[in-house]
Design a protein around this ligand. Structure first.
Ligand code: HOZ
Length: 427
């Protein structure tokens, strides 16, 4: 498999774009490779500019739960484009998407559409602060909530991959209001809230961490947070940018039966176009401008193309059998990858919830950031490169998730598992 055209395109891109990419992890620097430049995607597969085809387990980092260029989504976007791409004025479609979100997600009574997960997180934190009149927030090590100041503290995803979990450029004055605690340790949260709960506006977390690899919550963690936040009047925020409409229509909150006060959405609800959303109790959302005094706005918020894609996506996800299919594909992939490592005695630890999963190259159990970041990232990198050469495109970093979509077939996964057996033998 040659990648000369991608290599040349990367060189060219580096002349004009920092690091040659518009989001750091795409540069493949964590896996000692040069990124493939993608020409097109259809269903479960992407094709690079050298003509190589890959079974894609990145799925645009989560949004493409129906695969690439799904006919209904394409038709919806084309239809919307023909009637105007942006108005900066309300449209009925926005209400339609909002209604679908409210109907599906247990915690959401009202929702505001924005343009990205980062924007959703930043706005929800401001809202929680405005609502409570408090400044401090608690976040968890390795959880990633986008790149706003104050949330880019002990952050996962590319920030961890590239060794800058707390970025230069985040003022100490911002970071000091962010209390960072270990994921899955409810006792530490209780201690901190017992000491300074009346100063804490919000606890924010990914209910299933998806940016330090995939780390599900241990039994009692989410329930414990719900209880503590109720006692201290703290706003509980679930960042379901990855898990929303992926783990099920009601997200991780429905799966685990724990209802937060506010929820962040993104990825799936935009069908692959730039969208984010935050929503929750009407009483809290009433503080958002123009209903209330907490300001947040955006020219492209509720953009007609993104909203049309989101509606088409959510309509397909409401058909019977979709999540069962995703569960079964995810299980086959996870079991097969595990078996490929076991056959050659390479220690791995596998985590999975439905259609999101991670294979950690680690002999220990993974339950938080510390255990996740003790993984053998060099081995992941070697496995990643071997898989790429054999036509399977996984995330170019250990600390990310692998996703399946409804477009993945049993044959796709079979091909990937055969490749993994081969690659594991070569490690
Ligand atoms: N933050 C994303 C991974 N969790 C990366 C997004 C991208 O590079 O597209």
């Amino acid at each position: 498999m040659t990648s000369d055209k991608s290599a040349a395109a990367f060189q060219e891109a580096q002349k004009y774009i920092p690091g040659g990419v518009n989001s750091p992890v795409r540069a493949f620097s964590a896996v000692g490779a040069s990124p493939r430049f993608i020409r097109s995607g259809k269903g479960s597969r992407v094709t690079d500019i050298d003509g190589n085809e890959y079974v894609d387990y990145v799925c645009s980092w989560g949004p493409l739960i129906l695969g690439h260029a799904r006919a209904s989504v394409v038709a919806a976007v084309k239809g919307a484009l023909e009637t105007g791409s942006s108005f900066g004025a309300p449209t009925e479609r926005e209400t339609d998407l909002a209604r679908k979100i409210v109907e599906a997600v247990p915690s959401i009574e009202k929702v505001r559409l924005v343009n990205s997960g980062t924007e959703a997180a930043m706005s929800a934190i401001r809202l929680a602060r405005g609502f409570t009149g408090r400044d401090k927030i608690i976040k968890f090590e390795g959880c990633y909530h986008g790149h706003a100041d104050g949330l880019l503290v002990a952050a996962g995803s590319g920030a961890t991959t590239l060794g800058v979990p707390t970025s230069p450029g985040v003022p100490a004055d911002y970071a000091k209001n962010t209390i960072v605690l270990p994921f899955n340790d409810v006792n530490r949260v209780k201690e901190v809230c017992d000491a300074e709960g009346s100063d804490i506006a919000a606890i924010i977390l990914e209910p299933i961490a998806g940016n330090m690899g995939v780390v599900p919550p241990v039994a009692g963690f989410l329930e414990g947070l719900r209880e503590i936040t109720k006692v201290h009047g703290i706003v509980l925020i679930f960042d379901e940018v990855i898990t929303g409409f992926r783990i099920g229509r009601g997200g991780a909150q429905e799966h685990y039966g724990v209802t937060p006060d506010l929820t962040l959405l993104g990825k799936v609800i935009g069908g692959g176009l730039p969208v984010g959303a935050y929503g929750g109790k009407a009483e809290i959302m009433a503080h958002i401008s123009p209903e209330g005094p907490v300001y947040q706005a955006g020219t492209l918020s509720g953009n007609p193309l993104a909203v049309a894609a989101g509606i088409a996506m959510l309509d397909e996800l409401s058909k019977p059998g979709v999540y069962e299919q995703l569960e079964s594909l995810g299980a086959i992939l996870a079991a097969g990858l595990e078996e490929s490592a076991r056959q050659v005695d390479i220690p791995t630890f596998h985590t999975r919830v439905g259609s999101m999963q991670c294979m950690f190259f680690s002999s220990s159990k993974i339950w938080n950031y510390q255990s996740a970041t003790a993984s053998n990232t060099k081995r992941y990198a070697a496995w990643f490169r071997g898989m790429l050469d054999r036509g399977s495109y996984f995330a170019p970093a250990q600390y990310e998730a692998a996703f399946v979509s409804t477009a993945h077939s049993a044959w796709d996964i079979e091909q990937t598992l055969a490749a993994s057996i081969d690659v594991m033998k070569s490690l």
